[in-house]
Design a protein around this ligand. Structure first.
Ligand SMILES: NC(=O)C1=CN([C@@H]2O[C@H](COP(=O)(O)OP(=O)(O)OC[C@H]3O[C@@H](n4cnc5c(N)ncnc54)[C@H](OP(=O)(O)O)[C@@H]3O)[C@@H](O)[C@H]2O)[C@@H](O)CC1
Ligand SMILES: [K+]
Length: 449
């Protein structure tokens, strides 16, 4: 957004115009929600406060009852101009009395540190005692690039100005922002970060057969239940043929699942010689024994697309970037936060920046799971946060790994799998078990055809 603004200013766009448009967008939304109730506008010292003064003026001109609570601090430039154009009631933040509607324009993208105890106390008191709260651009005290909480209050609505920022989709932002509305202020924005939308999928071609649909080999491990969940998800994720390679019971799992007896890494290497394989999944229920490690080596040395999940990620550890960057075929890693930390030490910035850096180092596509899943590859990052909090249950990661296998075997993407997984969870409703999720993949897929 900062880059886009700069380009727009360089092309003759004025700061005053940008702020007028931002303030007008906020006033428009606030008027819809206020329906005649008294408004308290919180205005900080920077441009977020500038937006607030514009919105206060426009709302007041439109007949709303508006008071401004101003935070001390040096206001300069356009924000100072907008402050001067406001002629209504103004009190200090300390003196402010809560009103039914609060609009928070203390800080936006410029928040630089934890809110002081005083500011945090007044802000939370005012928001908690309002009937409705709306944040301008971001809830004040939410770090823009990481979504880290520096003392923000939880808002009902946040009006994102110009574009979504990472904090609207990540971390504490998922709770603090409330419902996020996007206000177009006429500044074109483009960049390498997107939010995940419903994918467009197509039915198999008329002449499709089981191998052209995508063959997925799932490596069975010490906990065969997890591997079977993964294999079943691959079957329902659109794969044409799913083979479970291991020593578990050949009777377990659906009849459509092909069991191949694979005792050890040598036998796995033989199985991997099949050129029809579209993707291999390793990790769900794998275990961390030497035998497991040897199987992982066999997969990494194969020429197939590979999905690496669970125990396989922990086995790779800090060797991940080195080993994967040597692969020619696509590798997709599906770590949760703990596994990510065991593979990629430290790293600067928020979840998006750290995941993109790891993808660049390893050459892999990384699905960094959580309530704010970040999918990164060399082209950029996609954030997915509209799944379901009921997904936080054992086995759902195995289902996702199988889905990723099915989609990439069919020439699709990890993002498609993440969307289908999240949508299946929404359709499954509350308190489902990972097994139940699988029945909802087909209805989710139907929405994409
Ligand atoms: N660019 C544009 O033209 C447009 C921008 N737009 C709007 O501008 C917003 C960004 O504005 P911004 O960059 O001025 O930063 P902003 O969020 O107002 O805060 C900076 C001020 O806060 C202060 N401060 C920071 N942290 C603090 C703390 N913890 N406790 C106390 N003080 C703290 C900081 O002071 P300092 O750190 O220098 O001491 C500085 O004074 C953006 O979110 C959008 O709403 C739209 O109008 C569209 C056009
Ligand atoms: K704000």
């Amino acid at each position: 957004m900062r880059d886009a603004e700069q380009v727009w200013f360089n092309g003759g766009g004025s700061q005053v115009e940008a702020m007028e448009r931002a303030g007008a967008a906020v006033a428009r939304e606030a008027a819809r929600f206020a329906i005649g109730r008294g408004i308290l506008m919180l205005a900080g010292p920077g441009n977020n406060g500038g937006d607030a003064y514009v919105a206060a003026r426009l709302l007041s001109e439109a007949g709303h009852d508006v008071a401004v609570a101003a935070l001390g601090g040096k206001t300069e430039g356009t924000a100072a101009e907008m402050r001067m154009r406001w002629h209504g009631e103004t009190v200090s933040l300390e003196e402010a009395v809560p009103r039914p509607i609060v609009i928070d324009g203390l800080f936006g993208t410029g928040v630089a540190r934890e809110l002081t105890k005083d500011v945090k106390t007044y802000l939370h008191h005012i928001v908690n005692n309002a009937q409705f709260s709306l944040a301008i651009d971001l809830p004040s005290g939410l770090e823009t690039d990481s979504g880290d909480d520096l003392g923000a209050a939880t808002m009902d609505v946040t009006v994102a100005v110009g574009s979504l920022k990472p904090a609207h989709m990540l971390g504490a932002g998922l709770v603090r922002c409330g419902h996020v509305l996007l206000a177009d202020i006429g500044i074109p924005v483009s960049g390498p970060i997107w939010s995940l939308g419903r994918p467009q999928l197509s039915a198999p071609a008329v002449d499709a057969h089981k191998y052209s649909r995508g063959m997925v080999l799932v490596v069975e491990g010490d906990m065969p239940g997890a591997s079977r969940l993964c294999a079943r998800a691959a079957l329902h994720g659109g794969a044409g043929y799913v083979m479970l390679a291991g020593t578990g019971s050949a009777e377990a799992g659906p009849d459509a699942l092909v069991h191949r007896r694979v005792e050890d890494a040598g036998a796995l290497r033989n199985a991997l010689e099949d050129e029809r394989i579209g993707a291999v999944v390793i990790g769900p229920g794998l275990g961390r024994s030497d035998a497991a490690h040897a199987k992982l080596d066999a997969v990494l040395e194969s020429p197939h697309r590979a999905v690496i999940d669970g125990d396989a990620l922990t086995l790779l550890g800090f060797e991940t970037a080195d080993r994967l960057s040597r692969r020619d075929a696509l590798s997709v890693l599906t770590p949760h936060a703990g596994e990510f930390g065991r593979m990629f030490e430290g790293g600067e910035g928020g979840k998006i920046a750290r995941t993109r850096a790891a993808a660049a180092r390893s050459g892999a596509t990384i699905v960094h799971k959580g309530p704010d899943t970040v999918i990164a590859d060399g082209d950029g990052a996609i954030v997915a946060n509209s799944g379901s909090s009921w997904l936080s249950t054992a086995g759902t990661g195995d289902v996702l790994a199988g889905l990723v296998g099915a989609r990439i075997a069919a020439g699709g993407s990890a993002g498609q799998a993440v969307w289908l997984h999240g949508r299946a969870a929404q359709l499954a409703g509350p308190a489902f078990a990972a097994d139940d999720l699988i029945a909802h993949i087909a209805p989710a897929m139907k929405e994409c055809l």
